[in-house]
Unconditional design. Sequence first.
Length: 343
Amino acid sequence: MYDILKQFLFKMDAETAHHFTIQMLQIFQDKPKLLQLAFPKPLLDESLKREVFGLQFSNPVGLAAGLDKNAEVIDGMAGLGFGFVEIGTITPKPQPGNDKPRLFRLINDEAIINRMGFNNVGADLAAARLSRRRTNVIVGANIGKNKVTANEDAFRDYEICFNTLFDSADYFVVNVSSPNTPGLRALQDKDSLSKILSSLQNINTGKPKPKPLLLKIAPDLTQEQIQDVAEVAKATLLNGIIATNTTIARTGLSIPTSEVEKIGAGGLSGKPLTQHSTEIIKQLIASLKAEDYNIPVVGVGGIMTASDAKEKFDAGAALVQLYSGFIFKGPQLIKDINLMMRS
């Protein structure tokens, strides 16, 4: 089914296809039996269950942030077989994001370049939608700052999102690694990062039942920066790290350089990121061990096959997430990974 649908979707520009897919899943999620007829039946197996960050996951394959930005198709994604769904990135106030076009497929390279710019409906509406979900799938809230918020005040935006979404989300992810909001990656600096994470943990530990707090890092960090992340993670008692976000690099592409330059700025995801993301996971886990701080790492970046996922697990990832692989391979990839993990 997806191979036929993909031919149709790939005739549209990427963002139009994205919106069409969301609309279709909104229809399907209200008709679960129709969803199962159209797409591979999710694999349900006790051996796939995982307890990570103190949460019970039905399987270790999740949807990465960026696809269901506005918490519109959580039930639909669960119906396709995802063991958890990460929404966002959500900002305190709604914002339109960057100018279009801002989403591009590199079909021969099985890659995507995006410079969406945190386009989303804002924390209040996202929280309302989360509260209406019907399935019990684990949902993470990926949170960020509004574009107009100065970096020195960024911690307040993260606090607003955290407080607004707290009762509705199962875990939180601090996103300071997207390349598509000006100055955002500067928040990966050790002092800035410590300020944001400490402020959130102060709120979190004051709650009757604190929620797992994670950090999503860029694949473009140096070894020294990765070590800084490990130190901050330990100091702020982070519950996990997601590695990695999209890259600003343009290596490993077959598309002519002139064509890449025409596309312009944005984060690259998909197959060209596969090996590099895995290496970052290895470096991160080694740095965490050096700090004597053993926390789970979620692997994401270029998972296009079940073998790619296995490499992430072998590198030490506790869970994995899909984005570009899901776009190019469809729901069958979820099932393939779970079949591999079951065997």
